[in-house]
Design a binder for this molecule. Structure first.
Ligand SMILES: [Ca+2]
Ligand SMILES: [Ca+2]
Length: 270
């Protein structure tokens, strides 16, 4: 009987230990520093790919999108690729083809935008200076002053690359491995005349609630730089142009790029 009581108590503790955010997605941001220009750096290839595929508003028009995250001691970086062949930018900022970035960098899970720890903004893909921020006055100003954003419009879609100096947004944010932030991406699509949004897709938020409720954001953890323990890889990365078989160069060059960017730390075997 005592054993059963103990088992029941353990089951109850396990249940209570399940975090309240269990239903929001989690993502990993790899370590490294890209150039914010809308062009994919090699370092982005080391980052996890996350789908922005929850239709949160309006109708699905076949638009698809993915995002990746990186971090370093200065900033959190985001790279979003959108496939959307019908470009329209009419009406309000949130109605035209574009995107929105949501932040809860201290992972507070608050349920409204009444604290300075949370804020978000949106923009149209063809004019990233045409923005719309929301949050407290202090939070909006802090977010406005901490980011860089580039957009590239092609026939087949849009690319957004951005940096967010989150410790300047809020001094309490620790830019180090193990940090977890609240974050979400929304992709807006317009493909009909009239200046209205056709539909919107979210990474985490599936109910068009993120603009009112930061607790629906997903979670992003800052991962440690990968460590590869090999003596030969270290030698190859230090001198990628050294005479070596061609097949080896194919591996050595991206490896060297990743090492230089900080995503991979080569450690000589002892
Ligand atoms: Ca870039
Ligand atoms: Ca569109």
């Amino acid at each position: 009987m005592r054993k059963l009581t103990l088992l029941l108590a353990a089951a109850l503790i396990a249940l209570l230990a399940v975090p309240v955010f269990a239903d929001v997605p989690t993502a990993k941001a790899a370590y490294g520093t890209p150039v914010v220009d809308g062009v994919m750096d090699d370092i982005w290839k080391t980052a996890e790919v996350n789908k922005v595929d929850k239709l949160k508003d309006g109708k699905d028009a076949g638009v698809t999108a993915v995002w990746r995250g990186l971090w370093d001691e200065k900033a959190f970086y985001v790279y979003v690729e959108v496939k959307d062949t019908d470009h329209k930018f009419d009406g309000d900022v949130s109605w035209g083809d574009g995107a929105e970035f949501y932040f809860d960098p201290l992972d507070t899970d608050v349920k409204e935008y009444t604290t300075d720890e949370v804020a978000y903004f949106g923009f149209k893909a063809n004019d990233v200076k045409n923005t719309s921020f929301d949050g407290t006055d202090a939070a909006k100003k802090a977010l406005q002053n901490c980011y860089k954003l580039a957009s590239v419009v092609t026939d087949t879609g849009f690319v957004y690359e951005a940096s967010f100096a989150l410790s300047s947004f809020n001094a309490g944010v620790k830019m180090k491995a193990g940090t977890v932030i609240g974050f979400d991406v929304q992709v807006n699509n317009q493909n009909a005349p009239g200046g209205s949004r056709t539909g919107a897709y979210g990474w985490s938020d599936a109910g068009n609630a993120a603009w009112q409720n930061p607790s629906v954001f997903g979670k992003v953890s800052f991962e440690k730089a990968a460590v590869i323990e090999t003596a030969t890889a270290a030698a190859a990365a230090a001198s990628p142009a050294a005479a070596a078989p061609q097949t080896f160069d194919i591996i050595a060059l991206p490896l060297a790029a990743a090492v230089l960017s900080g995503a991979i730390i080569l450690k000589k075997k002892k």
